[in-house]
Design a protein around this ligand. Structure first.
Ligand code: PA5
Length: 453
């Protein structure tokens, strides 16, 4: 089965014409070989590069069996995780699980008290289970949520029964992961986050595959799509590898002064795919005060909010459209004898066709307005093609990071807020830092707030 992903470059010109893109070929060839040979920065985190090896048949069967076991015992799964430990699963589930998407809910991605209180309330009386996902096993947000949810589950079903309803996904090394130590002591089932895979590249490992399987999505097709896209990426020729064309175009436009890449989708099912993409790109490339800012919009909804800015605001944008060619199910616009809204010229037309014309009209209007744009299309929103698209962007992001000259696989900047938060919370060991951070926070309050009584 082919991969089916296509990139339409027509509206990238004149800024990023095919001739200009082809001038990037040598650089793309070089970073492609650096990636494949494992000789670049962060090479210890390339476990995602070959999806078949990341998710061997035996592991996939084991995860499917656990998903079946949990589905027999629970109607709802609470996935506890943050960043790469939940966004990929949420992206796939919201795109593909249909009415079963509600069977998986999320926690540990926020510290907002109302969210967790409402979630705990909503779980009362339900049959539910937990998949706690944290590679480090010490991230504050999921660790706090796990304490609360584990206590609630144990209170509801008893400590013994709760054991069978909790699965932990974490680093295999108990020396590194406190979560593994807890799970082992308590007797929970465990899956590994491969040590050579970072969170934002982990959706096709047990991190994403267990919750996705619980939601009833065809995880085999998901992995197959990714594996086939990987095989297709064997070529580094930008003319025949759309992932690398995307990379060359966005890097060329970045060097011409574009500072924002807007990922624009045309289907609300892709809302969390865009959230996943923003983390993937933002955390991989946002280093050394460089890189495009990854943003997203969902059209046509946002044409009525952000559309004005995109059309006429500061010309700092490039836009990447995601298009799904298949416009099913068929929903036809009915006739209205009064025709008060003047829409009878659309009688019998499929809404999907109207959506497509809105897309074609928007791409042209934005091009005319000075926003170079490209369209990445898949034939159908199904597990196979979504798996391929996930891999497309993982591969593209890794290559793009190398082109930019950064390590796409680390995230040193994420530590800054944690250091301050722990100091303010007086975590043991951070006493010295606490005094300094407290002093600076106080100093930062020199000016009185401006407000209404
Ligand atoms: O991509 C990443 O590495 C991060 O977003 C992590 O996934 C996130 O910080 C959660 O980390 P952990 O899985 O260790 O709890």
């Amino acid at each position: 089965m082919g991969v089916g992903i296509k990139l339409d470059p027509n509206y990238l010109s004149p800024e990023a014409s095919p001739a200009e893109i082809s001038q990037w070929q040598d650089r793309v060839d070089y970073v492609h070989s650096v990636l494949v040979d494992g000789t670049g920065p962060g090479a210890a985190f390339l476990g995602w590069l070959y999806p078949d090896a990341l998710m061997p048949a035996e592991l996939l069967s084991g995860i499917e069996a656990t998903a079946v076991r949990l589905r027999e015992k629970a109607d709802v799964m609470v996935v506890i995780g943050i960043g790469g430990s939940y966004l990929g699963a949420r992206a796939v589930i919201e795109a593909l699980a249909g009415s079963d998407a509600g069977r998986v809910v999320f926690a540990g991605q926020t510290l907002a008290p109302d969210y967790i209180a409402s979630l705990l309330k909503s779980l009362k009386g339900k049959r539910w289970c937990i998949n706690v996902v944290s590679k480090s096993g010490t991230t504050t947000e999921p660790a706090v949520a796990f304490r609360l949810l584990r206590a609630a589950l144990e209170e509801q079903v008893g400590v013994e029964a709760a054991k069978d309803l909790i699965v932990a996904t974490t680093d295999p090394d108990a020396g590194k992961s406190a979560l593994r130590r807890v799970a082992t002591t308590k007797g929970y089932e465990l899956f590994d986050v491969p040590p050579n895979v970072g969170g934002r590249f982990s959706v096709l490992s047990a991190v994403g595959i267990l919750p996705i399987a619980f939601a009833g999505v065809d995880v085999r097709a998901l992995v197959k799509g990714a594996a086939n896209c990987c095989a297709a990426c064997e070529t580094s020729a930008v003319k025949s590898n759309p992932a690398y064309y995307w990379v060359a175009a966005r890097n060329l436009l970045y060097r011409q002064g574009k500072s924002i890449e807007l990922l624009a989708t045309w289907d609300p099912r892709l809302l969390y795919f865009a959230e996943w993409w923003k983390q993937l790109v933002g955390e991989s490339e946002g280093k050394d005060h460089m890189s495009l800012f990854p943003a997203s919009v969902q059209y046509t909804t946002d044409l009525h909010s952000m559309g004005q800015w995109v059309q006429d605001g500061r010309r700092s944008l490039l836009e990447t459209f995601i298009s799904i060619e298949d416009a099913s199910p068929s929903v036809r616009i009915p006739d209205d004898p009064d025709n008060a809204d003047g829409l009878n010229f659309l009688t019998g037309t499929e809404i999907g066709e109207v959506n497509r014309k809105a897309f074609e009209g928007t791409a042209l209007a934005h091009r005319d307005g000075g926003v170079p744009n490209m369209t990445i299309s898949i034939p159908k929103l199904d597990a196979y093609h979504l798996g391929a698209l996930i891999y497309f962007f993982e591969r593209g992001t890794a290559v793009s990071g190398y082109l930019l000259g950064v390590n796409p696989f680390d995230q040193p900047g994420v530590e800054a807020y944690k250091t301050n938060m722990f100091a303010l919370l007086k975590k043991p060991g951070s006493e010295a830092k606490s005094a300094e951070v407290l002093r600076r926070v106080e100093e930062g309050r020199k000016l009185a707030p401006i407000g209404f009584e």
